[in-house]
Design a protein around this ligand. Sequence first.
Ligand SMILES: [Zn+2]
Length: 492
Amino acid sequence: MAKKKMKKWVIAVLAIVAILVVLVAVIAIKTAMFTSKQVAAGKQVTFAIDADKAAERLSGAIKFKTISNIDYDKFDYSQFKGLQEYIEKSFPLVHATLEKKVINNYALLYTWKGSDPSLKPILLLGHQDVVPVAPEGWKHEPFSGDIADGYVWGRGTLDDKGCVLNIMEAAEYLIKDGFKPTRSIYFAFGFDEEIDGMQGAGKIGEYLKAQNLQFEFAVDEGMLITKGAVPGVKQPAALIGIAQKGYLSLELIADSTGGHSSMPPKQTAVGVLAAAVDKLEMNPFPIRMTGPAAGFFEYLGPEMAFPYNMLFANMWLFGPVIEGQLAASNATNALIRTSTAPTMFQGSNKDNVLPAKAVAVVNFRILPGESVRSTQDRVTQVINDPRVKVQPIASGSSEPSPVSPTDAWSYKTLSKTIREVMPDVLIAPMLVMAGTDCGHYEALCPNIYRFLPQRLYGDDIDMLHGTNEKIAISSYVEGISYYAQLMKNFSQ
Ligand SMILES: [Zn+2]
């Protein structure tokens, strides 16, 4: 009897050991097969760019206070005219070679005609406007354009005059060098990107649509080159935004009888809403590791050090652990689900008065693949309380963008260009949390990518819309090379 029991016990242990061996073998094989998806870097491409002259030209452009205000009447349009004249003077070959069209008074559209009309053109985007400045704390005046310590200083150096001037510098260089594109190249520079771009990019988009144009490729700001943001990855990573999240703010409204607070009902309108908001926070939108999030780890996972690479190679086993980790950080949580942010709450306006009506506002950033409609439906379903009315606020919403493919020739050509100019940089797709001008071109191009060739490491990111915005001259010059190589690589 004892012997028999012993035997069973041994068999069980052996079975467990066998399962573990198989499991470890599968994990090891999957990890070994999880190899780099990076485009071969090849030989580094360089251009003979005069960094000092280029920095000076950018410095001059920063001096124009092309600030976009919420109110279009408050724009100082003379600053935009000044900037445009300055650009015209600074890049004579571009203006002698390309066709320039001014749309809606201040938006700029340049066309560099290609020799082969059968090839679909490409579209390079930027914007002339900048966000307003809080004057405190600047080491150099925000519109000084000072050149100091290897930087050009000022509002717009990164966002986004640096990009506009990068494109101009690259074109000027290539024309001087004798380059002629086979595929037409368009530059489109709006003037109100920071307030949704309806009058600038919006009108350029309408104009291009009326011409029945379709583009092979479009690139706009959105993501950058980061470093140290991903555990287990030492190299800098160029993140290419392949989609952007949608935007929706819902108003939750509860009505009740008002009156004096000395004899309140069991639950006031504020209590009803508080419970509704709590339900929303306790029941976040489902995690979806698809599209940009899946692509991000597919491209960066193999570059990670052990054990991270092993974990991402074996999502079938470690998926729940990884998702739990991603959900624990606010930044990565926003990458994998539609986010829920209660932002406003209003009851009565006196401490001893019951609210006849309470209103809360919850802001959602919608994951691609979901919609404004599906978000509102789920909110109603989760709250599940007929006393709470759910409706979008008046100021509008936007659907998440389509997801641009990572297997398209355009994406590969963009990746190749980055690696040729900056061979130390890894590349991965990413999701953009905020909107940019490229939303106005969605109907014109299936391959829209959001990437600025600027290295912003650590706290550098705070300079965007913040104090002491500045661009490293070395990174600015790298940007010129990137656009020059991009125009060449797409010209085939
Ligand atoms: Zn911008």
